[in-house]
Write a protein that binds this ligand. Sequence first.
Ligand code: PGA
Length: 264
Amino acid sequence: MLVVLKGSAQEVGQEAARIVAGAVRANPSIVLGLATGSTPLGMYEELVVLHRAGKLDFSKATSFNLDEYLGLAPNDPQSFHYFMHSNFFSHVNFAPKNIHIPDGAIRKDFSAHCESYELAIKNAGGIDLQVLGIGRNGHIGFNEPNSSLASRTRLKELTQETIEDNRRFFPPGADIPECAITMGIGTILDARRIVILATGKSKAAAVAKAIEGPISSSVSASALQLHPDVIFIIDDDASYALAQRDYYRRVLELTKKYTPEKLS
Ligand code: PGA
């Protein structure tokens, strides 16, 4: 696992965008795994800027989102469908048929839907590059603590902590969804390459457990230690609880000195 420490949350987004943009240019038919949440917003903004400048073309790319709330229709402003379209897809040029997000509006045949999502990923050739955030409890996607490390796309009940964390995205008094459809940890680990982003002190404990703790189903993100190609991009606040923090900070200083970062 490569840990990249950045000076600010903005730089975390820029670095993630640089990696995604490089991967799309290297393979225009790339299959991307995408995440929602506040952390990747900066990355999406940068990718939109690059696209608008004529420097990034998504016309041949395919995407699969990690998860969706159960019970929310795609046009619900709190749905991840809505999030993805308003923050990213409506500003870039993915072919609509190449965009995949689990359907939170289904009322039955949940297993069949989850299996067909897995099959669609497989038929697309598998995910080349998966973008992830991390929850305060170490979840990736909505794989809450004690999810099987081999899990596949399925329904998952959200923990009270996650429900409370999600409250900030909903109007006051609104019911917060208690269930989601999420790719499993096994699905995520099948991606060829993974970029995971974390910013802010509230993520510091989860980041330390994911990077330096034992591999355990009590911290879903620790399963990423099993994957051969993971980049963990974090800001200074999110690095707070890492035993190796000083080392990563020295690397950050050296990086600033010798390789001026440039988003092209
Ligand atoms: P956040 O969510 O980016 O909004 O903090 C991350 C996550 O829960 O995976």
